[in-house]
Design a protein around this ligand. Sequence first.
Ligand SMILES: C[S@@+](CC[C@H](N)C(=O)[O-])C[C@H]1O[C@@H](n2cnc3c(N)ncnc32)[C@H](O)[C@@H]1O
Length: 188
Amino acid sequence: MPREDAERWNARYRESSNIPIDVPRDLLVNFSHLLPTSGWGLDIATGRGANAIFLSQRGLEVVAIDISWVALYSTHLRWPSLHLILADLTEYPLPCREFDVILNFYYLDRSLFPLFSSRLKSGGLLFIETLTEKMEEIFPNRIDPMYLLREGELYNIFCDWEILYYNEGVTQGHSGLKAIASLVARKP
Ligand SMILES: C[S@@+](CC[C@H](N)C(=O)[O-])C[C@H]1O[C@@H](n2cnc3c(N)ncnc32)[C@H](O)[C@@H]1O
């Protein structure tokens, strides 16, 4: 596990422990009518678990993975029925089971994309939303470009799937403007 990453995220979550608990991402809420009410969900880099909890509240069993034990501990206290895994996603092989829904919000590791296909059931739903290279125009040199999606990248990777929603744009986040790409897709 990259110790520095884990420690950096633990420190961030410790500092924000007095900030009100996160809410699920709008993309997930806005397309929640597509979600099943049973089966298994997987939340990649779950953080304090708002998206995983949202799936669980709908009736899914949810596996949620993150590198930060501080975030996972807080998630566990709020929603003990989640299946939490403390792991570095750059090394950890995703659980060997089929999922009905996979969530990947604000964590970019391109090597996971082929695994999403192998871990999702046919007909399963994939939600991805993260920052794009347009962040460079908003906040130059703040984020390593390897963590930013290129224009059209997400769409092109999943163009063989049924794309239920795709958008790239600039929107207001809680800490200022953010340039994002958002995808909801169904595995064929
Ligand atoms: C910006 S937060 C996103 C949290 C959540 N998905 C959301 O939408 O609010 C990024 C998360 O990725 C986690 N993370 C960063 N590097 C990781 C790694 N190598 N393996 C697993 N989790 C990681 C961090 O601990 C953090 O919780």
